[in-house]
Ligand binder design. Structure first.
Ligand SMILES: *Cc1c(COP(=O)(O)O)cnc(C)c1O
Length: 365
């Protein structure tokens, strides 16, 4: 088994024993047993609380990307206009995904080390482009930043944009996500980040406006949303649901609610602040600019001058710690501490930072 005693990966995260245990059961056939439907309904109810929504939540078997793709394909007809707010690898990628399925895409782009502070360019683009959908990313995991969504939601409402699509995969469960208050129609999450479950499950809330569009577009496919509109009522899912996956997701969601949402968010904030403090003491620089909002779930750090990331990675592993590198323009230049879900733990973070200090002492002259 490939495990390290100090996991600080930006997802998939360490799966706590009680979540793992929920998956170590020989369940029956999910499409036949009403116990599965009860579990699905309970998991949905828990996720709605965590996501701050009264809307139904669809639970898919598949990686986070299935929710990202499925929501785009289910809600966009060819040539529909999409305004993509791109402040990082995921934000930019979602715009490309929409383009690849035939949407007309305009991007409002910011460098990866910035977050949305000025709504002016977004408002101007909405007025000029009149999009059917706005896409945004709450936590840009590769750059460790957290975009405010409320202002974008206000613009959406004020200008009558039908749909707001928000990737909250690495924020939901670790920091407040107020889906309904912020006007989010499609809010996307995954099991292996702040929910502290195994990879392979994705979920998304779907507003009334989005359901109407889903019906009108009529997209058919494994990742299609349409069959989920009636799946619970009819107990007829579009594919055999993953009982184990839902059970572990439910246990992960239950853990958050047992702790209390505000306690859970406070814990994430405190660990993130500790991390940033220790990193500053060690003379390391955060990747996000001082004017950008750092995420409480993941901290992105510049690889120090004179150190190669693969060497740092190897030295960390020798100390028992695993962190993440980064992607796109940040590959090799940025590394990340994932303090989300089970890993938003002050003792674990402290050990990880000790390991980082030791590793850097070995590598730096
Ligand atoms: C992890 C993540 C996803 C989903 O990625 P998968 O590899 O499919 O699990 C999507 N968006 C963001 C911002 C993420 O951090």
């Amino acid at each position: 088994m490939l495990t390290y005693p100090i996991p600080m990966t930006p997802g998939p995260v360490h799966v706590p024993p009680e979540v793992m245990a929920a998956g170590q059961v020989d369940y029956g056939a999910a499409d036949l047993e009403t116990e599965f439907l009860d579990l699905y309904n309970r998991t949905e109810a828990r996720l709605r609380i965590i996501m701050g929504t009264r809307n139904p939540v669809v639970i898919h078997t598949g990686e986070g990307m299935i929710a990202l793709w499925g929501a785009l394909k289910s809600c966009l007809a060819p040539c529909d206009r999409v305004l993509s707010i791109a402040t990082g690898v995921f934000g930019d990628g979602i715009g490309e995904m929409a383009r690849s399925i035939g949407a007309e895409v305009r991007k409002v782009s910011l460098p990866c080390d910035e977050t949305v502070t000025d709504l002016g360019p977004i408002e101007a683009a909405i007025k000029d482009f009149k999009p059917r959908m706005i896409t945004a990313v709450h936590c840009e995991t590769p750059s460790g930043t957290l975009n405010p969504i409320d202002g974008i939601g206000d613009l959406k409402r004020r200008h009558g944009v039908p749909l707001l699509y928000v990737d909250a995969v690495s924020s939901v469960g670790g920091t407040p996500v107020s889906t309904d208050e912020w006007g989010i129609d499609l809010c996307l999450g995954g099991s292996q980040k702040c929910l502290s479950s195994t990879p392979g499950m994705a979920f998304l809330s779907v507003s009334d406006a989005a359901w109407e569009i889903v019906d009108a577009v009529g997209y058919v496919g494994y990742d299609a949303l349409k069959p989920f509109r009636t799946a619970q009522e009819d107990f007829y899912f579009p594919y055999t649901p993953n009982w184990h996956g839902v059970a572990m997701l439910d246990a992960g969601a239950g853990r958050i609610l047992d702790e209390g949402l505000s306690e859970c968010f406070t814990r994430h904030n405190a660990v993130a602040a500790d991390c940033r403090g220790r990193l500053a003491e060690m003379g390391l620089s955060l990747f996000p600019k001082a004017t950008a909002a750092p995420s409480p779930t993941v901290t992105a750090v510049k690889v120090p001058e004179g150190v190669a990331w693969p060497d740092l990675d190897a030295a960390l592993r020798k100390e028992g710690a695993v962190m993440g590198g980064s992607y796109g323009p940040m590959a090799g230049k940025v590394f990340r501490l994932g303090h989300m879900g089970s890993q938003a733990d002050p003792d674990l973070a402290s050990k990880a930072l000790d390991a980082l200090e030791t590793a850097l002492q070995q590598l730096l002259p």
